[in-house]
Design a protein around this ligand. Structure first.
Ligand SMILES: N[C@@H](CCC(=O)N[C@@H](CS)C(=O)NCC(=O)O)C(=O)O
Length: 232
């Protein structure tokens, strides 16, 4: 019998609002590999609880006595440790390509940040609010209210930046082809993050990217829908 893995998973004020773009990659990767997981709701300021991982960010996966941090490192760990479960990458070349998609997904987090960061603040746990505001205002070098203030003006450029993704997803259901792979889960993460915290419509209703996101929400018995979210 497979032992249950544990995953420290970022939670908002409501324990079931799981909104980390990086944790969602791993939630879906674990489901892809049919690995049962116990998710542990974690707040930004609970650094002590993940200190055995040697760093301060989630996701953190605990597999027996091993603590593994960083989504890309965890994805590789799962692929190598559980080789008989369905592959996340579709082979060695797929692993290298997935690395690129993981980096693209990180770029999407940065691109969406100035649209949703104030909405994130509305959803973080009370005890995290001061930390979240201070750390993100330092990162942005501006008040969060200022960061988002011109988002309507920037929206067309953001949508245009998704052209390559949109074009691909017009002709195939997933980045992985007929079935999703890690590349899908990585790129899905930022869209799920936005969906979990923000009523702001980053995607138009008829955008192929939105249809792809919704297909991923349906995967694994609707795993991605098991969190409060907006229909944005
Ligand atoms: N490169 C890391 C990034 C992880 C990351 O930034 N996680 C955020 C949550 S979305 C976090 O733990 N932030 C804690 C903090 O800001 O103190 C990965 O891919 O796992």
């Amino acid at each position: 019998m497979t032992k249950t893995l544990r995953l420290f998973d970022l939670a908002g004020a409501e324990l079931d609002r799981r909104f980390s773009p990086y944790c969602w990659r791993i939630r879906l990767a674990l489901a892809h590999k049919n690995l049962p997981v116990e998710t542990i709701p974690w707040r930004f300021t609970e650094k002590e609880e993940i200190s055995p991982s040697g760093q301060a960010l989630v996701p953190v996966l605990v597999d027996g006595d091993q603590w593994i941090a960083d989504s890309w490192t965890i994805a590789n760990y799962l692929e190598d440790k559980y080789p008989n479960a369905p592959s996340l990458f579709g082979g060695p070349a797929g692993r290298s390509l997935s690395r690129h998609y993981s980096d693209i997904a990180d770029g999407l987090v940065r691109a969406m940040f100035p649209f949703v960061v104030l909405d994130v603040l509305q959803h973080v746990a009370e005890k995290d609010r001061d930390y979240f505001r201070a750390s993100r205002e330092k990162r942005a070098n501006a008040k969060l209210e200022t960061v988002v203030s011109d988002r309507d003006k920037r929206l067309p450029d953001f949508r245009a930046s998704l052209a390559a993704l949109r074009f691909t997803l017009k002709s195939q259901p997933f980045l992985g082809g007929d079935q999703p792979l890690y590349a899908d889960y990585a790129v899905f993460g930022p869209f799920q993050w936005a969906r979990c915290v923000s009523p702001y419509a980053l995607l138009e209703k008829d955008d192929p990217v939105r249809h792809w996101r919704d297909r991923l929400l349906d995967c694994f018995d609707g795993l991605g829908r098991q969190t409060p979210a907006y229909d944005a």
